[in-house]
Design a protein around this ligand. Structure first.
Ligand SMILES: NC(=O)c1ccc[n+]([C@@H]2O[C@H](COP(=O)([O-])OP(=O)(O)OC[C@H]3O[C@@H](n4cnc5c(N)ncnc54)[C@H](OP(=O)(O)O)[C@@H]3O)[C@@H](O)[C@H]2O)c1
Length: 278
């Protein structure tokens, strides 16, 4: 008896994609786009109920896709470590990691380890997650890491990061996004087999983050999910590892000058390793 092949097994190039912060905004739209095309999507949320609702929605969109959820509050690095270990154990192979989860406004200034909250959620959490699960990318033919940067990028301030210097929410956010961009370029240099790209998905997209932070938006959220999809699948981007894609210009562009300064990047990596080893 010959077992009929399912539609999905006949389709070629099914990818395994991890998208953090997929319960809302750009991350959610990107997850929907991949699931519609039959790819397998590992979603992440901080809120269990909201994440379960998303999983149900995705499974209804395409029952052929494998959808699995991971829960972690990225302001708690122990929770990030647990999630990273669970993914390492349960997932065999990843083709794309989209480090999308992010925060701008927050009632708390510091996380439980005394570090500025945006720096923890937007930079330290993806740093730990990605480094823990990096080997899962090694069996992909075309592995990619897409890191969500921003047009807002401000020089690293150790005082602000350690909660010793008062800065605005805007500056704290911009510091975290430059840190993520600098680390993206560092990763690209360290791992030549992986395409690592930092991307500004577009400024003031119509999401919870932009509407809460600025009370307005300039572009539909789909502008962001379309570019994340393109950066994940389009062969054109393979020659751009270690680059910054600015979706406000719809082109590769120069990031903040610090992102090209090896001394400043190495100082950031040393600071990062010091913080996370405590
Ligand atoms: N919107 C823009 O104009 C814009 C511009 C430049 C860059 N970006 C970047 O694009 C990415 C997506 O942003 P968005 O606009 O789609 O924002 P969003 O709609 O607010 O979605 C953010 C996602 O991150 C999750 N998240 C927030 N704090 C978290 C935490 N402590 N632990 C775990 N997950 C957490 C949220 O979970 P909940 O669903 O539980 O809230 C949500 O899934 C972010 O990195 C952002 O910085 C956005």
């Amino acid at each position: 008896l010959i077992r009929p092949l399912s539609f999905s097994s006949l389709k070629k190039n099914i990818m395994n994609i991890l998208i953090t912060g997929s319960t809302d905004g750009v991350g959610k739209l990107t997850a929907i786009q991949f699931v519609k095309e039959g790819h397998n999507v590992f979603v992440h949320g901080r809120n269990k109920a909201k994440t379960e609702t998303l999983v149900e929605e995705l499974r209804n969109i395409n029952p052929e896709s494998i959808v699995k959820a991971y829960i972690a509050d990225f302001s708690d690095l122990e929770s990030v470590k647990k999630m990273s270990k669970a993914i390492s154990k349960e997932v065999e192979k990843l083709d794309v990691i989209i480090n999308n989860a992010g925060i701008f406004n927050s009632p708390e200034w510091l996380s439980s380890n005394g570090i500025e909250l945006r720096f923890v959620v937007n930079y330290l959490a993806p740093y730990i997650l990605t480094n823990t699960i990096l080997t899962l990318l090694s069996s992909s033919d075309d592995p990619r890491i897409i890191n969500l940067s921003s047009a807002a990028q401000a020089p690293i301030s150790t005082g602000a990061i350690l909660g010793q210097k008062a800065v605005s929410e805007n500056e704290a956010y911009a510091i975290s996004k430059l840190a993520l961009t600098m680390w993206s370029f560092y990763l690209a240099e360290q791992h030549k087999n992986i395409t690592t790209i930092a991307v500004n998905p577009g400024s003031l997209l119509n999401t919870k983050m932009a509407n809460e932070a600025y009370g307005q938006h300039w572009s539909p959220a789909e502008k962001g999910s379309d570019v994340l999809y393109d950066l994940s699948v389009n062969k054109e981007h393979l020659s751009h590892s270690g680059d910054y894609f600015d979706n406000d210009r719809e082109a590769y562009a120069r990031a903040h000058p610090s992102a090209y300064n090896t001394t400043i990047i190495n100082e950031l990596i040393t600071l990062t390793e010091n913080i996370i080893s405590k």
